[in-house]
Design a protein around this ligand. Structure first.
Ligand code: 5GP
Length: 197
């Protein structure tokens, strides 16, 4: 198991559940000392995504070479032929900054990391109010093909069926409420000795 110094915050959520918006709203909160772990993936770049910021985009050959070289703390084939993984070097980079690591990973990856790191990790599942809302959000985003949307909906249904494996579930119905709930959960976890308001 790869040793981590800071705490791990695992955010699991089907795509389209608004998790990126929520993470974006809390990542710079100075009280939480967070840094986002940029995953590696073999999926193509989407919309305005930037290499090294949203993901490290790798070819499948390169990804498999790194699996063989034991460079991943965890990885999953999230969709058939599409690999996603957390590089150990990414966690080491964040540890060196003395920050807590935010992992945006799929629910199976999240369950594995939680098993590996136990009390050192907090897992939060962000759920959409309904699968129909999710479909609507993915369609409004306009970055995925109809086929991709259906694949993501299928995966979302699977992930929703596993949400109870996470420490907490936050329903993203009203964004402000969800942001505040996630912020509080992380604050209580990374600053356990502070009095919670
Ligand atoms: P998307 O293609 O929408 O960016 O991500 C698809 C899914 O892959 C999401 O559920 C996301 O959380 C998951 N994912 C992203 N990075 C990783 C990773 O490093 N490891 C695992 N296991 N899942 C990841």
């Amino acid at each position: 198991m790869f040793v981590v110094e800071g705490k791990l915050i695992i955010i699991c959520a089907p795509s389209g559940s608004g998790k990126s918006t929520i993470i974006g709203r809390i990542i710079d909160d100075p009280a939480l000392r967070l840094a986002f772990s940029v995953s590696a993936t073999t999926r193509p770049r989407r919309g305005s995504e930037v290499d090294g910021v949203d993901y490290y985009y790798l070819t499948e050959d390169e990804f498999k070479r790194r699996i063989a070289a034991d460079e991943f703390a965890e990885y999953q084939e999230v969709y058939p032929g599409r690999f996603y993984g957390t590089l150990k070097s990414e966690i080491a980079r964040i540890n060196a900054q003395g920050r807590n690591v935010v992992l945006d990973i799929d629910v199976l990856g999240g369950i594995n990391v939680k098993k590996m790191y136990g009390d050192h990790a907090l897992s939060i599942f962000i759920a959409p109010p309904s699968v129909e809302t999710l479909r609507q959000r993915l369609m409004n985003r306009g970055t995925d093909s109809a086929e991709d949307i259906e694949r993501r909906i299928g995966k979302a249904e699977f992930e929703l069926g596993h949400q109870h494996y996470c420490d907490h579930v936050v329903v993203n119905d009203v964004l402000e409420t969800a942001v505040s709930q996630v912020r509080h959960l992380i604050d209580a976890f990374v600053n356990p000795n502070d009095e919670q308001q």
